[in-house]
Design a protein around this ligand. Structure first.
Ligand code: ZN
Length: 155
C-alpha cells in the first residue's frame, strides 16, 4: 500500500507545484465564486465559463495548503469540457469519496460504476479521509464550484 501512497503523494505535490488552470476569467460572461475554509485558512476562487450547458473554461486562484490547491487544480482538469450535469455528478462522486469510510475504498479503483469511476487522479485524494480535518481542504474547490452553479442559476 505504501507504493500507492507514494504515487498519490506525488500526484498531489505535482498539482500543488504546477497548478493547472490557475487564473481568472472575465465576468461576465464567466461567473465566479469564493470559498473559504476557516479551519485551515484556505481561500479559493473559482471562475467558470458556461456555454450551452457546457463548462468551456474553468480557472481557480487563491492560496492555501497543498491539499486545497491540488484538489482545486484537479477539479479544473476534470470539469473542463463537461456538461453541467456531468460536473454535478462529479461533485457528488467526489464528496462521496471523501465521506466513505476508508475500508470500503480498497478495491474501489478497479470497479466500473463505483462512485470513484472516472475521477482519475482525484483518487489520490482519497487518502485524505484518514485525516478528517483535511477533508474540508480537499472539498473546498468543489464546494466553490458548486457556488458558481448557484450563481448561474440565479442569473
Ligand atoms: Zn487546507
Amino acid at each position: 500500500m505504501s507504493g500507492l501512497e507514494d504515487l498519490y503523494r506525488e500526484i498531489i505535490l505535482d498539482h500543488y507545484r504546477n497548478p493547472r488552470n490557475q487564473g481568472e476569467l472575465e465576468t461576465p460572461p464567466a461567473v465566479m465564486a469564493e470559498g473559504f475554509n476557516p479551519l485551515c485558512g484556505d481561500e479559493v476562487t473559482v471562475h467558470i465559463h458556461v456555454e450551452d450547458g457546457v463548462i468551456v473554461d474553468v480557472k481557480f486562484g487563491g492560496h492555501g495548503c497543498s491539499i486545497s490547491l491540488a484538489s482545486a487544480s484537479m477539479m479544473t482538469t476534470v470539469t473542463t469540457g463537461k456538461s453541467l450535469s456531468e460536473a454535478k455528478d462529479m461533485i457528488y462522486s467526489f464528496k462521496q469519496m471523501m465521506s466513505i469510510h476508508e475500508g470500503r475504498l480498497e478495491e474501489g479503483s478497479e470497479e466500473t460504476g463505483s462512485p470513484m469511476a472516472g475521477l482519475g487522479d482525484l483518487q489520490a485524494l482519497q487518502g485524505v479521509v484518514k485525516f478528517p480535518v483535511r477533508i474540508k481542504c480537499a472539498t473546498l474547490g468543489w464546494n466553490t464550484l458548486e457556488q458558481c452553479f448557484e450563481e448561474l442559476d440565479s442569473q
